[in-house]
Design a protein around this ligand. Structure first.
Ligand SMILES: Nc1ncnc2c1ncn2[C@@H]1O[C@H](COP(=O)(O)OP(=O)(O)OP(=O)(O)O)[C@@H](O)[C@H]1O
Length: 736
């Protein structure tokens, strides 16, 4: 598309931009004032007044934060329409004093042609203008005229897009709101029902699209999602920090972001294990194994036993236990909760028999009979033994450590699978254990926990004493002046719910169910992990983005159904992204050759949006000194930007030591923030999802030891240059 030569100035745009920023400043001032006012009123008034004020304060704080975060590139687009009207498109919607729309939110239906209009499907748009700004100044514009019949296949806003692609990376992901491409826009605005799996090769914008979709859904379904929350699940804490600025820059700050282990874990998962073991633990059949193990927990009574109750003998029959267990099972409650039903039923049977044998009137005597049974150690032990409460940790440890117990419950697992699961009882938990513990938590339910009960009573007592203290203060010291009652005064000591945002409340509740869940790097999920996520999303509204070719390990999944389990197929629809905005074509084609030689490349690989001549270098090095020489030289040549040395996990520490004397402060400090330093050393798993201007890949064959997906990830991280260094053999596909 040709730029419009006639329009070379952007005076009118600058005036508009000034006007909108002025209005933004006004709005900020207004909210600041309101917030100050509410805070000044403090905690006086009735509890209702007070919680209303808290709610307002949270609302003002959120709105103010939102208005502060959209400063940068607030306005980035303009649509000129056939009726000579203009629409300016920006990060958020802004209206003037009379509530007339000034700036259109990029997510609003009226903004859609900015991303979708082409000459062939232009609707009422004649011109699309991209505005480049620095601070509050317009520094350039790029026009696309849609009133010609020109062929318009391809990218929109190429100038702005190529500038974004070529810009030096800053270690944090930015938003793409000004240059979203049409295939991305379709996915961002797709219907929120069901599970949408977005598949795409490296650099196709899967992460970017997933985050913009979260912002879009929050905008479109604000009421529902602000009550239930949106969860973003990422592959690592480093990755979450990498993306943490994207949603706030889109005016959305109330999203919970976490890794899967952090979402599921009550226990730390510090253990490691061979890939085959984790694979067995992740299989859908484990859900049956766990269910079976829980159902098998209650024990039968084989023979009648005589219980000593207050010096008398009371008979417990196998039938009493069996019937009580049956009743508890029929309640369909979790094991630990159903236990109470069972215990009540057994005691009931015992009381009846005892009363019958003694010839007592059941109705009038059952109170003390029951009490005596409860106090009898014998009765307590026999009753409890047949239905022991248990924790997820206890049960899973037993499954792993007791081969006979596992064998009893493991239909669907082969003897070899069972051997893989074996391990000593004291071994630390691994990430693959967490979905199993999570599943067990549901099957077992909460234990009757005397400690929790004590804590609850302590809290109640604390509150009662706070109220008593407040009453005393009001009476003796004359505070309050009729303005405040004891309850309200006491509430000042507590943290009322209204003061916490929904995101804070959701993040602190492991069982919170979210209105929408976004999963990035979803190719790393297992069927058991998938089940854990579904439990947190009863409305079945999810976006999964991933690339099966980037999966770690040697057990490739050929389809999403295979990856998530057949149960997933009924919920899932899919979409694809096809253009790689990160990796130069030269690097991408080498990466695909290597992947194909290793048996990968399930989907048609993504097409690179740009070619960068000289972006792939392969150098044979003689020793480590030469490795350091190359890294130092590439860093010096890079200018602005960031460089990653990617090497096998076992080599990371040694590589940092090798480079430290040569690079000094530009090298990330050990244990430091890998996103902050200009030069970092990473293993391929940590590199997942990240990107760098330059990547120096050391010994690719070793990197491939973790699976072909790891090498593919490592090769596709750079935006400008991939420099491969090797002493050993090169992998097939790269050697040519
Ligand atoms: N429409 C766009 N305009 C500008 N930049 C874009 C666009 N789409 C993607 N990008 C950029 O391309 C890069 C890759 O995007 P992103 O990380 O979302 O890809 P991905 O598919 O998740 O990659 P991978 O699977 O390799 O981790 C990012 O720098 C992103 O900002």
């Amino acid at each position: 598309m040709q730029p419009n030569e006639a329009e070379t100035t952007w005076q009118a745009d600058q005036e508009f931009v000034d006007h909108v920023y002025g209005r933004l400043d006004d709005l900020r001032d207004r909210y600041r004032l309101r917030l100050e006012e509410v805070r000044r009123q403090g905690a006086s008034g009735t509890p209702q007044n007070r919680s209303e004020r808290d709610a307002f304060a949270v609302h003002y704080e959120d709105t103010l934060a939102r208005l502060e975060q959209v400063e940068n590139r607030l306005v980035f687009g303009r649509l000129d329409l056939t009726d000579a009207a203009r629409r300016y498109i920006g990060r958020i919607g802004i209206a003037d004093e009379d509530q007339e729309s000034l700036l259109i939110d990029w997510r609003a239906p009226a903004a859609r042609p900015f991303y979708q209009a082409t000459a062939a499907r232009r609707g009422d748009v004649v011109r699309r203008r991209h505005l480049m700004t620095r601070g509050r100044q317009v520094t350039g514009v790029e026009d696309e005229l849609l009133d010609t019949e020109a062929d318009v296949e391809g990218l929109t806003g190429e100038g702005a897009l190529f500038a974004a692609m070529a810009a030096a990376r800053e270690g944090r992901m930015g938003d793409i709101v000004a240059t979203i491409q049409s295939e991305q826009d379709e996915i961002i605005r797709a219907d929120s029902d069901g599970v949408l799996v977005v598949e795409g090769g490296p650099g196709t914008g899967k992460t970017a699209v997933a985050l913009h979709r979260a912002a879009y859904l929050l905008y479109t379904h604000r009421e529902r999602l602000e009550r239930s929350g949106v969860l973003v699940v990422g592959p690592s804490r480093v990755f979450l920090r990498y993306i943490e600025q994207v949603l706030p820059s889109l005016g959305e700050s109330g999203v919970v972001a976490t890794t899967l282990p952090d979402l599921l874990a009550d226990v730390p998962a510090t253990g490691t294990e061979p890939e085959e073991v984790a694979a067995v633990k992740g299989r859908a059949v484990m859900a049956q194994v766990l269910r079976h193990a829980v159902r098998g927990l209650p024990r039968r009574l084989e023979e009648p036993v005589l219980l000593d109750v207050d010096g008398e003998k009371v008979r417990l029959e196998p039938e009493d236990v069996r019937t009580a267990q049956e009743r508890a099972r029929r309640s369909s409650r979790p094991h630990n909760v159903a236990r109470r039903t069972y215990a009540t039923a057994v005691l009931d049977a015992l009381v009846r028999r005892w009363a019958g044998e003694k010839g007592l009137d059941l109705e009038s005597e059952q109170g003390w009979l029951l009490q005596s049974l409860r106090e009898s150690r014998d009765a307590r032990r026999e009753v409890n033994l047949r239905w022991m409460p248990t924790t997820p940790e206890q049960l899973l440890r037993r499954l792993y450590a007791d081969p006979a117990f596992l064998a009893r419950h493991s239909r669907g697992l082969s003897p070899a699978d069972r051997r893989l699961l074996r391990r000593p009882a004291g071994a630390p938990w691994t990430p693959a254990d967490l979905p199993l513990l999570d599943e067990l938590a549901v099957l077992l339910g909460r234990m009757e926990n005397p400690e929790e009960e004590r804590a609850r009573l302590a809290r109640a007592a604390e509150r009662a004493s706070a109220i008593a203290y407040a009453e005393h203060a009001i009476r003796e010291d004359g505070i309050g002046g009729g303005m405040v009652d004891a309850q309200t005064l006491a509430s000042r000591f507590a943290a009322p719910e209204a003061r916490r945002s929904l995101a804070e409340r959701a993040a602190s509740d492991r069982e919170w169910t979210y209105g929408h869940i976004v999963v990035d790097e979803a190719q790393e999920l297992s069927p058991m992990a998938w089940r854990a996520l579904l439990r947190r999303n009863p409305s079945r509204s999810m976006t999964l983005v991933g690339d099966l070719d980037q999966r770690s390990g040697h057990q490739p999944a050929r389809s999403w159904t295979e990856l998530l389990g057949t149960a997933a197929s009924e919920h899932v629809r899919s979409a694809a992204l096809t253009i790689n905005y990160r990796t130069p074509a030269e690097v991408m084609s080498a990466a695909v050759r290597v992947l194909r030689a290793a048996g990968g490349a399930q989907a048609a690989p993504a097409r690179s949006a740009r070619s960068v001549p000289g972006s792939l270098k392969v150098t044979r090095v003689a020793d480590e000194r030469e490795v350091a020489d190359v890294v130092v030289a590439e860093h010096a040549a890079m200018g602005q930007g960031r460089l990653a040395v990617v090497t096998a996990t076992g080599r990371v520490a040694a590589m940092r030591e090798l480079l430290a004397p040569r690079l000094g402060a530009v090298l990330e400090a050990p244990g430091g923030d890998v996103l902050a330093a200009p030069v970092v050393v990473l293993d391929p798993v940590t590199a997942k999802g990240l990107e760098f201007d330059v990547v120096v890949l050391v010994e690719p064959q070793e990197v491939a030891a973790g699976g072909p997906g790891d090498l593919y990830v490592a090769m596709t991280r750079p935006t400008r240059l991939l420099h491969v260094l090797h002493r050993g053999e090169l992998p097939p596909g790269l050697a040519d």
